[in-house]
Write a protein that binds this ligand. Sequence first.
Ligand code: FAD
Length: 220
Amino acid sequence: MQYINSTDGEWIKPDTLDDLLAVLDSVESNVRYQLVGGNSGKGMGSYIQKTYQCFSLCLTFILGVFPNDGPYDQYIDITGVTELHEIVQDDTYLLVGGSVTLTELMATLNQASARTEYSYCARLAEHLKKVANTNVRNVGTVAGNLMMKHAHNDFESDVFNLLESVGAQLSIMNTTREQSLYTPREFLDISMDKKVLYFIFFPQLDETYKFMYDYYFLFI
Ligand SMILES: Cc1cc2nc3c(=O)[nH]c(=O)nc-3n(C[C@H](O)[C@H](O)[C@H](O)COP(=O)(O)OP(=O)(O)OC[C@H]3O[C@@H](n4cnc5c(N)ncnc54)[C@H](O)[C@@H]3O)c2cc1C
C-alpha cells in the first residue's frame, strides 16, 4: 500500500481488495473520499454542461446542471487492485471486474459472442465503439461509468443502458466483504458509501433474444 500527501489531499494506493476494504472501513464520517480508476470522470460534469450549452441554454435548463464534484480529502487509487481487473468466462459465467476498461470490455464481449448464449455481446461491443473516444475508452472503466450515473442520475450513460437492457447484474461489496447483486436500475437507489462495485455479471440469453440499440434524434 502506498501513501502520498499532496496539496490536493491524501492519496492512498491499495494493491488488494482486502487492503481497499480496510482503507474504506477506516475512512472517518467527516472525510470526503473518492475512488480513482481511469480518472476520466473528473470534469465530466462541466464537459456535459458545456455540450448542452452548445445546443441551447433551454436544453441546459431542462437537463439540469451537474454540481461540481469534489474537492475530496482522500483519494483512493484503485488501479492496482488486481481483483477488480479480473475477467472470468466459463461454461456458466461471464464476469467482468469493475476496473475493466471499456476497451477491454469490448474485446471480452467480442470473444464471448462466439458462444451462442453470449452472441448478443457482439452487438454490445459494437455499440461501445461509439462511446467517447479511444483514449477515454482505454482508461475509463465500467464501474467508473456506472458510478457517474449513480452520482448524476441525468448522465446519459450508454454503459448503464446497455447493461440494463440485457439484464446484467452488478455485484456490490461492502467493507465486511458481503456481496449483493443488483440490476443497474436497482443499483441507482442504493447507498454506495464505503462500497465497491466489484464485478458485472452478464447473463446467458438464447438466440430468441435479439438485441437492438439505436439513437433517435427528437426535433421539437
Ligand atoms: C470526453 C468524454 C466523452 C465521454 N462519452 C461518453 C459516452 O458517449 N457515453 C458514455 O456512456 N460515457 C461517456 N463518457 C464517460 C466515460 O465512459 C467515463 O468517464 C469513464 O468510463 C469513467 O471511468 P473512470 O475509470 O475514468 O472513472 P473515474 O473517473 O476514475 O471514477 C468515476 C467515479 O466512479 C467511482 N468508482 C470508480 N470505480 C469504482 C468502483 N469499482 N467501485 C465504486 N466506485 C467506483 C469513483 O469514486 C468516481 O466517483 C465520456 C467521458 C469523457 C471524458
